[in-house]
Write a protein that binds this ligand. Sequence first.
Ligand code: 5AD
Ligand code: SF4
Length: 458
Amino acid sequence: MKFNVLTYGCQMNVHDSDWLIRAMESRGWKAVEESEANIFILNTCSVRDKPEQKVYNVLRRLGYLCTSPGDFVAVGGCVAQQIGEGFLERFPYVRLVFGSDGIVQAPQYLEELAVDHEKRLVLNDFLAQYPEREGGLANPNEELLPPGIGTIPGQAFVNIMQGCDNFCAYCIVPYTRGRQKSRLSSAIIDECRALVKSGVREITLLGQNVNSFGMDKNGSDLSFAQLLYKIAEIEGLERVRFTTSHPKDIAPEVIKAFGELPNLCPHLHLPVQSGSDNILKKMGRKYDRARYLGIVEGLKEVCPEIALTTDIIVGFPGETDEDFEQTMDIMERVRFESSFSFKYSDRPGVAALKMMPKVPEDVAQKRLTRLQERQKHITRECLEELDGNDMIVLLERNSKWQEDGGVAWRGKDPGGRVVNIFIEGIEGHLPLGGKLVKAKIIEAKNHSLVGVKVGDLW
Ligand code: 5AD
Ligand code: SF4
């Protein structure tokens, strides 16, 4: 069967789609361009804006591509969890809906639906335990692909937990992804070991709130800090990262790890959401600006070069000019290297829906523009400070910029920054993705760095 996967949303969704592609390919299906596909898998996100509308628009478009009786669409992810049956009722060519936990069974049902053209179903039940996924990759006719290998050579994402128990006032995630479920630490460590053995050099541990790993009732024998130390000591693993972290749960041992573990990358994405105590309280974030700044100080003490990035919401209900100034102020104090910033958007069922007064759209937009403008300058200044430094870059793919006499490669430094490096005397087709190289930074651009190779590739 020829299939195409379209993904919206966060890293978790990207990773889910990646797993699904591999699971189907190991069953003999072929991932192809949309125009060649018979089966379309749409992985959706509902965290902001009007995602439902966007999904309906995409579904209408895919409807025109379902021309034979065997062609159909499967809708997965957070909007699927929210709308469920509704998709089957509105769109005759949607024949499978699967939510956060249902994805584990999706490969098996996709195969059944490809044969039985009458069948339609919804897989939206939440499971009590973390749903393990290895089963989807077993294929007696082919080499077993290690689970979780990303599309970037040498890098992999490993899920350590699913769901969230925090119920921040603006957030739909606890409703769409369900309660927090930690995965067994032994399964995580085994997966990481297998990945490193197969050539992976950088692992990113994934979860909605990785710092509360093991704190749910499915609890694990290890804390997140203990898990991190165990993974970092896997021989041959060059880099470890993790995302996302909630400031209220980050343990002193995790902060300490940034000073102790040589392969823990000096980068932390630590969503602050707001710099105002008043708004943080209304958001139900359970930390204040003093605590957040204390964490930042602790991190910079043990790891002065750490790159901090964040998420910020402007225009949360009741946000005053003074509250917003506090957010601008925390940006100056922390000097985030980059940030994702959003206007607050009402989501169904969340506590903030009923909070008043709502901030007018034009006020929220003005605040967002000002914040993003300031961020642009800080990002630029942070990158300029790195000019002249040597850093190790993990190569990913050919960069867009090319010249004669060699090939430019794009990779990432340990801080997670994009570095473009021109490597003289090599051919474009050489498989350098996944290789490490020492580079000297010679220029800072708005969002990336330019380097030259100063050491051997390994
Ligand atoms: N409105 C705006 N931004 C939101 N986020 C989550 N929910 C909302 C919402 N209702 C943002 C938060 C979160 C990121 C993934 O999306 O900043 O960290
Ligand atoms: Fe949403 Fe808060 Fe959970 Fe993050 S920690 S997923 S913002 S509820």
